[in-house]
Ligand binder design. Structure first.
Ligand SMILES: [Zn+2]
Length: 1004
């Protein structure tokens, strides 16, 4: 069937050339019309089921580009689909001004930062007089807010704009204050000292939204083991494996970096650390005085005492030790750390280094202190073993990182401490790790240190972030176990799309701890009980979906006076608490209005689907769950989260430096909204990265043009009443196309329900197109009158356009307007449902047979190179079909495909016993069946008395046209036909198998 589409056999592909669509004016027309009709405004309608869909609101510090468009477009497609399924869909939008990035941007404008100004001018096309006003952060936010809103309208998003707000609106701030007081009353906001990611320049905590590349600073707690040298100085080494201190053989120092001798006033201790480490220690609240500087090479060879084993260990030189990692010193445990083992080996083999540092090199023996499956026995050195296994050559081999991780986790989960670890002997490593750590911490021989594990993390201001121990900071206590428990319950009872993300949520919920929720600077709401702090952006964006309900009334300025709003209003509307009359009078709102808002909230809440990018799983989406379970009853917990991957531009990540950031509004103007929408969704399923390419856009546009043209023809050719009253044509290809259409409806509906939109869009745009072309080709070859195909084509288009509507709203509306005379928008038309009665397996089998025969015939003509006068098809004898059916049911129903078993069964049955004379035929049939797709097998099980002659005769003309044998006469016989006229001089007939007629070409 593949060969059919390759050629352009006069099918109507090129018809579009003559009437190019003026897309821009079509888009504008429908945008205006929809707005006039207020078609996206959703109010409670208690007779209908509601569907509340939201997307993470955008941060207006730039216009949206192609990369932003995917999540919003997906949500819009979802919203439009649910509307067609009959739901009263609410899809609102707000704007998130909160935080420091816009503020930082305004400072850069004030400082005339060339990079930024050029971005405004060249990439975002902001007029100069506008961006010079950007010294005011609010001007930035308002400008891009407006740009984004226009872009969303131009893309056709079905948003109820009456509910728009920004997070610096007065009433929004009142709402956030209420949220925070509510959380605090529940004991979920605490004050204390905790480590946070920190920008030393801004003097502010940083999280994902504040960093370049949107990385969340991640840190771990390391144990600093204090090795003492003879003059009393301490050499601290940072480790995640304190239990291996028993196996330490030496320390590593980098001879080429500068170290500092420091006095820690808070501990009254003297340490040697790298310069970088001294700075980190200050951020971790140590009081550091620098006494002097010393080069690494000056301390090579010094001895330091292991505080646990009391053994004196030498400091050896190593270039892998980094100044900004840990303290700039490393404890060497060669038996369990592949890096250490390899570095020692490298050092042993390097005479010149030994000479340079005057090391009289003593053979260092690794000390094994842990045994585990696969690494046990006397004299086993696990790191040596794994180095050999992975064939690692030296310490620069990148595989060594994998070796380290593998051994670390293997020993953590499966390892046991050996006898040389004293009282820990026999203890599982996972237990010993914490015990050893707390014991040496208690004895003062160790300290702790927080360190970024994904550095460098850079703040948007360009400064490298550190970990800071922050005092008097306000935290949301996501570490609270009861709270975690509820969050798990919520995740486990909701739908997560795709399902595989569910475990990621559960993991994040377990892992989250206290999280700083306020900042010293930025836009946003002040912490209600401590005006020095501003609530940060990932904390004021967790339950704002409820605010969309209120926003409709807030935006109608005459209704609500912000000065009158007290917490009791929010309590009443959102939690159903308090007395209606009392609250109404307290806030000077009529009881009727208050009741109406409460009812609207009860109608639309909970959120039925929350859409967001995958990068927001570990933060925003998890906080969204936490806040909901803390504040609301179970019935108002969110029902579904949908997560999607990102977008690559022509296969590359989008970034300003690559110059491949294309603002959405520019792209729409040039390539049309519908094509951009489809191109963002059609290249990938949810979690995959979508690859956006302009070739795809062009291909989609030409498909849409075809559909438009078909609509136009359909509307001009005849009136719909004519079509509706037209006689239903029972030609094979009509029955086939309508049957395929039902299957497509069923498949596409399943895909849409699961939000497999790539699959759905493919069905609608490509698979159906393929079917349509086949139909047209068949009808044309039969010289059918155009009036005779009208009914089928109209039904096809009417169905297809409704399935296309969520994806390509403008084009669909335009075509719908031409072909449907109900004068209702396609937005409110119903999603098609599959009609089982129209499934026609005989038609499907027939067309499949014709496609296969065209393919076979083309092959034969090509190989034999003859120009046949006659083409004879011999279809298989009746008894072969019985054999076939019997084999099919044993293969398919009993999943038996063993030749011997099948043959036995065939011989047993008198109707098929003839098969024993032709074992080869049976073998071939088994092969045929096994290579057929499941759908084909299923269909053939249901087929009875299928006569292959009919489709061949029906498609005579097409068969010869497609195989380039126009002058040939086509004849069809049954192989055991006793008809006198049957012509089978070469006895080809006996090769016929069911669904595989034998073909004979005669060239004279
Ligand atoms: Zn910064």
């Amino acid at each position: 069937m593949t060969s059919i589409n390759n050629k352009n056999n006069g099918d109507p592909k090129n018809r579009g050339e003559k009437n190019r669509i003026d897309w821009n004016s079509i888009e504008e027309k429908w945008r205006d019309r929809w707005e006039e009709q207020r078609i996206f405004q959703a109010d409670p309608d208690f007779a209908r089921k509601k569907y509340f869909i939201t997307v993470a609101y955008p941060y207006p510090n730039s216009p949206q580009h192609i990369g932003h468009g995917r999540t919003y477009t997906l949500a819009d497609v979802h919203a439009r689909y649910m509307r067609m399924k009959g739901y009263n869909v609410l899809f609102p939008m707000g704007f998130h001004y909160t935080g420091t990035p816009i503020l930082a941007m305004s400072r850069r404008v004030a400082a005339r930062d060339i990079d930024l100004l050029e971005t405004f001018e060249k990439i975002y096309h902001v007029p100069k007089d506008v961006y010079t006003s950007f010294v005011d952060p609010l001007k930035i936010a308002r400008y891009f807010h407006n740009e984004i809103r226009l872009g969303m309208k131009e893309l056709g998003f079905s948003i109820d704009w009456r509910r728009e707000f920004s997070t610096v609106d007065i009433i929004y701030s009142k709402f956030i204050s209420w949220q925070f007081r509510t959380l605090r009353k529940k004991g979920l906001i605490v004050q204390g000292s905790h480590p946070v990611g920190w920008c030393p320049n801004d003097q502010n905590p940083v999280s994902q939204h504040d960093t370049i590349g949107d990385v969340e600073p991640a840190f771990s707690e390391y144990t600093l083991i204090k090795f003492r040298i003879s003059d009393g100085y301490i050499i601290p080494t940072a480790t995640l494996r304190p239990e291996t201190v028993y196996g330490a053989t030496n320390l590593w120092v980098n001879p080429n970096i500068e170290y500092v001798k420091i006095y820690l006033r808070d501990k009254d201790e003297r340490w040697i650390v790298s310069k970088e480490a001294a700075i980190k220690l200050e951020f971790l609240d140590h009081k550091v005085t620098i006494e002097s500087y010393v080069l690494g090479k000056e301390i090579v060879g010094t001895l330091a005492k292991n505080p646990v084993t009391q053994v004196w260990l030498p400091l050896y030189p190593a270039s892998f030790v980094q100044a900004d990692s840990g303290t700039g010193f490393v404890m060497s445990v060669p038996a369990h750390a592949p890096y250490d083992y390899q570095a020692l080996e490298d050092l042993k083999n390097n005479d010149s280094i030994q000479k340079e540092f005057g090391l009289k090199f003593v053979e260092v023996k690794p000390i094994t202190v842990i045994e585990s499956d696969g690494y046990s026995g006397i004299d086993v050195i696990p790191s040596k073993q794994i180095i050999n296994k992975l064939n690692i050559q030296d310490q620069t081999d990148p595989e060594i990182e994998n070796a380290t991780n593998e051994l670390y986790s293997h020993e953590f989960y499966k390892g046991k401490m050996l006898q040389n670890t004293g009282k820990y002997s026999g203890m599982p490593v996972s237990e010993a790790k914490d015990k050893v750590k707390s014991e040496i911490l208690m004895s003062g021989d160790a300290d702790t240190m927080f360190e970024l594990i994904n550095k460098p993390v850079n703040c948007r201001c360009g400064t490298q972030c550190v970990v800071k121990l922050l005092n008097d900071q306000w935290f949301l206590n996501y570490g609270n176990t009861k709270w975690k428990y509820l969050a798990h319950e919520c995740v486990n009872n909701m739908e997560i799309v795709p399902e595989e993300i569910r475990q990621e949520f559960n993991y994040v919920i377990d892992w989250l701890k206290e999280r700083a929720c306020a900042r010293k600077t930025g836009l946003g709401t002040k912490l209600p009980w401590d005006q020095d702090w501003i609530i940060e952006s990932l904390s004021d964006s967790t339950i704002y979906m409820i605010y969309y309900i209120l926003a409709k009334y807030v935006n109608d300025k005459s209704i609500i006076d912000p000065d009158n709003l007290k917490d009791s209003v929010f309590d009443y509307i959102f939690l159903g608490r308090g007395n209606l009359v009392q609250v109404a009078s307290e806030c000077n709102i009529s009881t009727a209005l208050l009741e109406q808002i409460r009812e609207e909230f009860s109608y639309f809440y909970p959120v039925d689907s929350r859409h967001s990018g995958r990068d927001l799983v570990p933060n925003h989406l998890s906080f969204f769950i936490f806040s909901h379970v803390a504040i609301f009853d179970r019935k108002n917990w969110p029902k579904q989260i949908v997560v999607n991957g990102s977008v690559l531009m022509e296969g590359k990540k989008m970034s300003k430096s690559l110059g491949n950031i294309i603002p959405l509004r520019d792209a729409i103007k040039e390539h049309t909204a519908d094509a951009i929408r489809l191109a963002m969704l059609i290249s990938a399923e949810l979690l995959q990265d979508a690859v956006f390419s302009f070739d795809t856009v062009k291909g989609i546009r030409s498909k849409l043009q075809d559909i438009y043209d078909m609509g136009k023809e359909s509307s001009t050719n005849s009136s719909q009443s004519q079509i509706k009253s037209a006689k239903i044509i029972e030609e094979l290809e009509d029955r086939w196309l309508l049957s395929r259409l039902q299957r497509s409806i069923a498949d596409t509906t399943v895909s849409m329900d699961k939000l497999r939109v790539r699959e759905a869009a493919h069905n609608i745009l490509y698979s159906l197109d393929h079917d349509l072309h086949w139909f047209e080709k068949r009808a044309k070859a039969k010289n059918r009158e155009s009036s005779s195909v009208q009914y089928t084509l109209f039904t096809f288009l009417n169905t297809r356009i409704r399935m296309l509507a969520p994806f390509a709203p403008f084009l669909s509306e335009e075509v719908w307007d031409k072909i449907d005379n109900s004068s209702t928008s396609i937005i409110l038309a119903s999603w098609p449902t599959a009609d089982e009665d129209k499934i026609d397996i005989i038609a499907e089998e027939s067309e499949q047979l014709i496609m296969n025969l065209i393919f076979d015939l083309q092959k034969i003509v090509k190989v034999t190179r003859i120009d046949p006068k006659k083409i004879i098809f011999y279809v298989a004898a009746r008894w072969k079909l019985k054999v076939y059916n019997k084999i099919l049911s044993s293969v398919f129903l009993e999943s038996k495909s063993n030749f011997g078993d099948i043959m036995k069964q065939l011989i047993k049955d008198p109707e098929t016993t003839k098969a024993k004379n032709d074992p080869n035929l049976v073998r071939k049939m088994i092969e045929d069946i096994l290579s057929d797709p499941i759908e084909t097998r299923k269909r053939r099980l249901l087929l009875e008395n299928f006569d292959e002659r009919l489709p061949i005769e029906d498609a005579r003309k097409l068969l010869s046209l497609e195989s380039g044998t126009e002058h040939a006469e086509i004849l069809v016989y049954i192989e055991d036909d006793t008809d006198q006229s049957k012509h089978d001089p070469k006895s080809k007939g006996k090769f016929a198998r069911p669904f595989k007629p034998a073909i004979y070409l005669i060239d004279q």
